[in-house]
Design a protein around this ligand. Structure first.
Ligand SMILES: Nc1ncnc2c1ncn2[C@@H]1O[C@H](COP(=O)(O)OP(=O)(O)OP(=O)(O)O)[C@@H](O)[C@H]1O
Ligand SMILES: [Mg+2]
Length: 207
């Protein structure tokens, strides 16, 4: 069975798809056989895969109810890492993804840090015991205090925060919009560096 990372958050625009695509692509560059499963009916990740064409990673769509079967098929094809992208405001889809995950990542904007939106996820992962981390995304420069406050708020809900954060960086937005990732725009840029650090951390967390 492949290792499975589920990217969930109830809030729209928190960075789920950005994190899923960057993480999966970084893993693919590191020679991991990786695929993204897009359970969002908006199919944003799948559209990115269409723009990207034949370059890795593969992106497949799956209704949440067929997730287990889709993962099984991916495993049969030699996929070692699955990254699941999920829709916002969709309790059932989130639940299905958490159920199969080895690691749950919860991208959250620190500025709009919304305790209420994290509560449902916190309850779920605390119940299933699945390792889960908040990933602060779109962090403005020099926002140390903001990051500390967000971490403290997550902790109150029983959630850990990933030590790697993503800054608010044009490379994330510009690359995704054309079927690429940040490192393909600027391999030495800060966004690319953050993704590499994130992959290194995820690899350890999955080991
Ligand atoms: N760290 C970042 N820096 C700059 N832009 C970002 C960053 N993260 C995400 N974005 C941009 O913000 C928008 C929303 O991000 P994304 O689509 O990843 O969120 P999402 O959680 O998947 O949204 P949805 O809930 O609608 O599926 C996109 O245009 C994306 O390019
Ligand atoms: Mg999305």
């Amino acid at each position: 069975m492949p290792k499975i990372v589920a990217i969930v958050s109830q809030k729209g625009g928190s960075g789920k798809t950005t994190l899923a695509l960057h993480l999966a692509t970084c893993a693919a560059y590191a020679k991991q056989d990786t695929c993204v499963i897009d359970t969002d009916p908006q199919a944003t990740a799948a559209a990115w895969g269409d723009w990207r064409g034949d370059f890795l990673p593969a992106v497949v769509t799956s209704p949440p109810a067929r997730l287990a079967r889709t993962i099984e098929n991916a495993g049969k094809q030699g996929i070692g890492l699955v990254v699941i992208d999920t829709p916002p405001h969709a309790e059932a889809a989130m639940r299905e993804a958490i159920k199969v995950a080895d690691l749950v990542l919860i991208p959250t904007r620190p500025r709009a840090f919304d305790l209420h939106a994290l509560e449902g996820i916190a309850d779920l992962v605390n119940f299933t015991g699945t390792p889960a981390h908040v990933v602060l995304n779109g962090v403005p420069a020099n926002a140390t205090r903001m990051v500390e406050d967000a971490k403290a708020a997550a902790k109150e809900l029983g959630l850990e925060t990933c030590p790697v954060t993503f800054g608010d960086r044009a490379d994330f937005h510009r690359s995704s919009a054309r079927g690429e990732v940040a490192s393909e725009i600027d391999d030495n840029g800060k966004a690319a560096g953050e993704v590499k650090a994130m992959w290194k951390w995820v690899k350890k967390a999955l080991a």
